[in-house]
Design a binder for this molecule. Structure first.
Ligand code: HPA
Length: 280
């Protein structure tokens, strides 16, 4: 459901007030949205405050297997505070894009500056293989949708936001540097965002490759657009959980995808920790 900018502003404020109350004044600069199978980052945090999505006003719970659905505040190595969104909602579950990006906008209201979006994706670049972590340098929004449709919420950002630097160069550089520090060979690529929930046909994958895509997935683009629109610095890390349709030897299965993401969780957590500890 599309709400008016006035109603949206009231809802965001109500949600932020509710969360601020539970977070007891703990200020957070960086937030992370955790993709399929990548939720364990939040479990490792210290001094945690966990808030299930279903308890949060105006949030919608997640229903997909492998998406825990809670907001987790915590500290990395006793030093830096972070907010982790463990699980996200997707348009393929029947949510509008404005519902999908509500949590992203709440982060802005909580005073968050940096948002690292993570996801599981299918690799289309032949240089990629399952298990690779890839920095998202740009995206192709092929969902046929946009979270900014409707009357523009001017209090968040402009009607026609420039998208040249959707994935913030400085924040992305922080991730590259962190990868170097942990001796991880981080690749980069263009993320193709699709609606799903069916996986792609091999012909679609060929088309996306021709268009310049390196990996494909069913999330992230809406949050990146809305986050950039409201002035959050966005970066993205994609976990290649499988080679996309027609490129691998196997048919695609959500259980295998989660399992692959789970296999790289150690490296993924180290990369995020090193990145966030290195941010100013
Ligand atoms: N396609 C779309 N979404 C995905 C894939 C894929 O191959 N793998 C993980 N998420």
């Amino acid at each position: 459901m599309m709400v008016s900018p006035e109603t949206l502003q009231i809802e965001l404020k109500e949600t932020a007030d509710f969360l601020n109350n539970l977070l007891k004044g703990n200020q957070v600069t960086t937030a992370v949205t955790l993709g399929s199978g990548l939720g364990d980052f939040a479990d490792d945090l210290e001094d945690k405050i966990e808030i299930p999505y279903q308890d949060i006003p105006h949030f919608h719970g997640t229903s997909v297997v492998g998406h825990a659905g809670k907001l987790v505040y915590g500290k990395i190595k006793g030093k830096v505070s972070v907010l982790a969104m463990q699980g996200r909602i997707h348009a393929y579950e029947g949510h509008s894009f404005s519902e999908v990006v509500f949590p992203t906008r709440v982060l802005k209201f909580l005073g968050v500056k940096n948002l690292i979006l993570t996801n599981a994706s299918g690799g289309m670049n032949p240089k990629f293989q399952a298990g690779d972590l890839v920095l998202i340098k740009d995206h192709l929004n092929l969902t046929g949708n946009n979270p900014l449709l409707g009357k523009n919420p001017d209090f968040l950002g402009p009607r026609f936001p420039d998208m040249t630097h959707t994935y913030n160069p400085e924040l992305s550089e922080g991730i590259r540097k962190a990868a170097k520090n942990i001796s991880y060979n981080l690749k980069d690529g263009v993320y193709v965002g699709v609606l799903g929930p069916s996986y792609e046909t091999p012909s679609e994958i060929k088309m996306y490759q021709t268009l310049g895509g390196d990996m494909v997935g069913m999330s992230t683009v809406a949050e990146a657009i809305a986050g950039h629109h409201c002035g959050l610095k966005i970066a993205g890390i994609s976990c290649i959980t499988n080679m996309a349709a027609g490129l691998g030897t196997q048919e695609l299965d959500h259980a295998d995808i989660k399992e692959e993401a789970n296999r790289v969780k150690g490296t993924f957590i180290s990369l995020l920790n090193e990145t966030i500890l290195g941010l100013k």
